[in-house]
Design a protein around this ligand. Structure first.
Ligand code: GRF
Length: 195
């Protein structure tokens, strides 16, 4: 069963790239219909373009409301026949228009072991708190930020001499494995459901 994905980003796009690479190598039963960024100059959009994947910047400031902005995002996702939405470094809170359009079919990756350290600078929060392990989480998106049922987690150690950069890098390596793994398990479940 091939899962048709839409990926929402705001920046670098390394998690998008990890998904795309796994798809290209035949290790993930999915396809990416479109990559959408709320930041027109996100490097991830260029990456997608170079891979021949439709890449669209949608500037929220062009719209009167979050609903109107999200209605355009939903229209683009539908136009590209997207079934599941992946938030991969998408730095905006998801509102009701997007949530309702893809009910329980939006996932997010966050660089901490949720429910600890929600929000911005999760790795810095973890270091400042002094935890000895951290990691990353993939979860179903709800109206609350970095909340919702957990689908997968990976753990990394936190060392005495870690900096935000070194911890971020260690977590990122795990993010790039966890996200495609969770998407594959969703694809497997959809396959079972449809049989
Ligand atoms: C990742 O750390 C992800 O967990 C967080 O934002 C970062 C995005 O990185 N939500 P990238 O754009 O995928 O490289």
């Amino acid at each position: 069963m091939t899962l048709r994905l839409g990926v929402l980003i705001s920046g670098r796009g390394s998690n998008f790239q990890a998904i795309a690479t796994e798809i290209q190598s035949g290790d993930l039963d999915a396809s990416i219909g479109v990559v959408i960024s709320n930041e027109g100059n996100a490097p991830g959009l260029d990456l997608a373009g170079k891979m021949g994947i439709p890449a669209i910047g949608i500037d929220p400031q062009r719209f009167d409301s979050r609903d109107a902005y999200e209605a355009e995002v939903v229209a683009q996702l539908r136009a590209h026949e997207v079934e599941w939405v992946v938030l991969a470094g998408y730095m905006k809170l998801v509102g009701r228009t997007l949530l309702n359009a893809f009910k329980h079919r939006i996932i997010n990756i966050h660089p901490s072991l949720l429910p600890s350290f929600k929000g911005l600078d999760a790795q810095k929060q973890a270091l400042e708190y002094g935890v000895k392990v951290s990691g990353c989480t993939v979860h179903i998106v709800t109206a609350k930020m970095d909340d919702g049922p957990i689908l997968g987690q990976r753990v990394v150690p936190v060392f005495e001499d870690d900096t935000v950069d070194s911890l971020t890098q260690r977590i990122l390596v795990q993010e790039h494995q966890l996200l495609p793994e969770v998407i594959q398990s969703i694809a497997n479940q959809q396959f079972i459901k449809k049989r």
